[in-house]
Design a protein around this ligand. Structure first.
Ligand code: FE2
Ligand code: FE2
Length: 266
């Protein structure tokens, strides 16, 4: 896992997942170095991952006060339970629906939950976090936010895109990616993660994109894209294009068998 201090306020812990046929999908989590420190998402759930140790290289987990879980998909919950143990002061920010999904598998400590819906705000002492539902999402309980001091927008799965190399996927800056590649990756991911976007009312969707564009984020921090600073124009243009993006079909059984054959010893 790579560690990037992209501003005095924000550290990115950058991991990635290899997705056959798609590429190297960034899987980021973020530490917001606020008076009451916030961890945003907790990484992949694979057994070989050790999110807590990686996080401890950035902040003493005992100092974490808030864990913002943008949604409870497994690429966001990897270190969640160990972090809750290691951060006894921390409360878990989610929605009622997010809590319900978590409780299908785990014993959720309800006294440590902080519910926050899109449109609501949370005052964390030296700044305010304002919750928004990002324009694209793969879970109905997804909530991102903008923080008031730096203006960074934490976008969850929205704006994601798989990269051509592991280095780019875990890199500190989206400006290192050729812009044509960036655009194609984001349109492909939109079709994979939010296939419903092809069905939406274009005008209504455009209004939602414009609402988030109007926040004028100082940085766009997606779980699945290298950090994007100074790229709002390109990223919102691509987001607006998503309903016209390519339709994605998942690989079929024959493709799986062909893939498995490549794993067999010669
Ligand atoms: Fe997701
Ligand atoms: Fe995700």
């Amino acid at each position: 896992m790579e560690r990037h201090r992209i501003s005095p306020e924000i550290t990115v812990l950058s991991d990635h997942a290899v997705v056959p046929g798609i590429g190297f999908l960034p899987v980021n989590t973020f530490v917001l170095h606020a008076e009451q420190p916030v961890v945003v998402d907790t990484g992949l759930s694979n057994p070989d991952k050790d999110y807590l140790t990686a996080l401890a290289g950035v902040i003493d987990p005992a100092d974490v006060r808030w864990i913002w879980l943008t949604h409870p998909d497994r690429d966001h919950t990897g270190g969640l339970w160990r972090l809750l143990e290691a951060a006894p002061q921390a409360r878990l920010i989610t929605t009622f629906g997010g809590m319900g999904i978590l409780s299908c598998e785990w014993d959720v400590p309800m006294h440590r939950i902080q519910l926050l819906n899109p449109g609501e705000q949370l005052d964390i002492g030296d700044r305010v976090l304002t919750a928004y539902r990002p324009p694209l999402f793969d879970s109905p309980v997804t909530v991102g936010f903008q923080e008031s001091r730096s203006g960074a927008f934490f976008a969850s799965d929205c704006f994601g895109g798989a990269m051509s190399t592991a280095e780019l996927a875990s890199g500190p800056d989206l400006r290192d990616v050729p812009d044509d590649d960036r655009r194609a990756a984001q349109l492909l991911w939109a079709g994979v993660d939010s296939p419903w976007v092809r069905l939406v009312d274009r005008v209504a969707y455009g209004r939602v994109v414009d609402e988030i564009r109007g926040l004028d984020p100082s940085a766009i921090l997606s779980t699945h894209l290298p950090p994007a600073i100074g790229m709002n124009e390109q990223l919102f243009a691509t987001l607006a294009e998503a309903p016209e993006g390519p339709e994605f079909s998942f690989p079929d059984q024959a493709a799986l068998e062909a893939l498995l054959a490549t794993f067999e010893p010669a």
